[in-house]
Design a protein around this ligand. Sequence first.
Ligand SMILES: [Cu+2]
Length: 156
Amino acid sequence: MSKFRSIAFCMACMIWGGTGAQAEVHDIDQLIDLSALTPEEVYRFSPDYLWIEPGDSVRFLNSTGNHTVTSLEGMWPEGAGLVDIEHKPKAEVLLEIPGIYGFRCKVHGRHGMYALVVVGSPESNIDQISYDKVSGVGRVIFERLFAKMQEDMARR
Ligand SMILES: [Cu+2]
């Protein structure tokens, strides 16, 4: 296949995806909301939970100041590339491998700044989820996020 044709083919996969569905880009913002009542609401990802399809991307906004977007050890599908974003107003992450992805802010993780993204299906790593790298308040946050995920699993 010529170089031109292989590029054209790849663009077609990106645009149309394997199933014919168009890949989507989902925004997750990073906030410092000083009007919030609790520390875990002051420092947060918004939204802090998404269920997306393989091949979709998450565009993280405002990884600036002290915020980072960092893969959470113990909540990351095997084989998926690690993420570590800082000092970027916008950064897009393509998520192709199905599973549960945990994200933390390195600075505000202790205040519960975590997010959970399910790509396709949680099956691949749902049995290997570990809270070892999550602080006390993080556990409370993840219990809420996992409850949302279980509601979605029941619906699917
Ligand atoms: Cu932060």
